[in-house]
Design a protein around this ligand. Structure first.
Ligand SMILES: Cc1cc2nc3c(=O)[nH]c(=O)nc-3n(C[C@H](O)[C@H](O)[C@H](O)COP(=O)(O)OP(=O)(O)OC[C@H]3O[C@@H](n4cnc5c(N)ncnc54)[C@H](O)[C@@H]3O)c2cc1C
Length: 343
């Protein structure tokens, strides 16, 4: 029997698996997707997240990315702020299809068993205690896999966390994202910066990527506009005076993808179960937040010593069921700042 089952093999699940497998824990990781897979994201990794990768000894997973000097943020009134990370500190811009598969490879190398193309239907619950996961087999039959510990790293719409009442869609903010890849975008003058253009009711993220790609995302509160995601993305770029000339010769390389509603509410669980005052719901938690789960896992699971696992008493088993994002939200605040800036 595995010691830990992880639903979801994005950054949170893959890094949790890596850390656990290195500690000698028998860990199984499930993802409904087959990798490499794309994931709607701004595709930039901030210096804090890079420092975590470096601490874990897997900085090479981001080595194929462009070095990002900092961020440009503009506002509706024409205000423009360009900030360099400075001090030799950089971020990275890298497509998630490349980043996530590299993380997963690192988890596999550490000894985690990775099952791709396997849908997690939900937690297996007996008498109020989670005993494992129910997964859909490739023969389209449901199969129950038992383990004393389950980690819900299945993203913002986590079936596992929602089935257990640990997370729910937030009532507000209600926002959706649409994003795609472009070629032939003019980055002259902006250098290698991530960009965030904040406008009334929406914001636009732009990031240069390796290979001449550019990531552009629009996050909007206008649900109706999602009826035509391509029009929403292209019209928004065309109407934006700062971006229109830079995208004038661009080519859309991928079908625009939608995601949302983005915000997840987990306050109630954090406050009632963990006695922690939760961070407000955010609709754009950064990957460093997701990655912070690796710091959280040993603490939340209270894994003592080398290979020891918590006993499966109801109380301990319940306290070990953690929606990755929620725990990360809390632990982000307690993460030490990187002492050595990554290169
Ligand atoms: C528009 C937008 C832009 C963003 N830009 C950035 C950015 O530039 N930099 C940054 O650091 N962060 C960014 N983020 C945030 C970042 O995308 C998330 O923090 C990160 O993806 C969370 O990682 P995760 O592993 O928790 O979840 P995910 O990356 O969502 O991974 C969850 C995994 O679980 C799998 N899964 C889901 N349900 C099931 C199921 N039932 N069974 C099996 N598998 C399942 C999915 O296939 C997926 O692989 C952005 C988010 C949005 C919406």
């Amino acid at each position: 029997m595995p010691d830990v089952l992880i639903a979801g093999a994005g950054p949170a699940g893959a890094i949790a698996a890596l850390v656990l497998a290195r500690a000698g824990v028998r860990v199984m990781l499930f993802d409904r997707a087959r990798f490499p897979r794309d994931k709607l994201c701004g595709d930039t990794i901030n210096p804090g997240a890079l420092a975590i990768l470096q601490r874990l000894g897997i900085a090479e997973v981001a080595s194929g990315g462009l070095s990002v000097d900092g961020m440009i943020v503009t506002g509706e009134s024409g205000v423009r702020c360009q900030a360099r990370y400075g001090g030799g500190v950089h971020g990275r811009a890298l497509r998630r299809c490349a980043f996530d598969v590299a993380l997963l490879t690192a988890a596999r190398r550490a000894g985690a068993i990775v099952e791709e193309g396997v849908l997690v239907r939900g937690p297996a619950v007996d008498g109020g205690t989670v005993r494992g996961l129910i997964v859909a087999t490739r023969q389209h039959r449901d199969c129950r896999i038992a383990a004393p510990i389950v980690i819900a790293a299945d993203g913002g719409s986590s079936r596992v966390a929602r089935a257990l009442g640990l997370a729910a869609p937030a009532r507000r903010p209600r926002r959706w994202a649409v994003g795609a890849y472009f070629s032939d975008v003019d980055h002259e003058g902006s250098g290698c910066f991530g960009e965030m253009h904040v406008r009334r009711g929406r914001y636009i993220g732009v990031a240069p990527l390796p290979g001449g790609f550019t990531n552009a995302c629009v996050v909007t509160a206008d649900r109706g506009a999602l009826r035509d995601p391509s029009a929403l993305l292209l019209d928004t770029l065309k109407r934006e005076p700062l971006l229109a000339p830079r995208f004038a010769a661009s080519r859309l390389l991928s079908r625009p993808v939608c995601l949302g509603p983005l915000a997840v509410a987990s306050r109630e669980w954090l406050e009632s179960t963990a006695g922690i005052e939760a961070a407000p719901a955010s609709d754009n938690p950064s990957a460093s937040v997701a990655i912070a789960i690796v710091e959280a896992v040993p603490i939340v699971m209270q894994v003592p010593g080398e290979r020891a696992m918590p006993s499966s008493t109801s109380r301990q088993a319940q306290s070990s069921i953690v929606p990755a994002r929620s725990s990360a939200q809390y632990f982000q605040a307690s993460l030490p700042l990187p002492s050595t800036p990554p290169r």
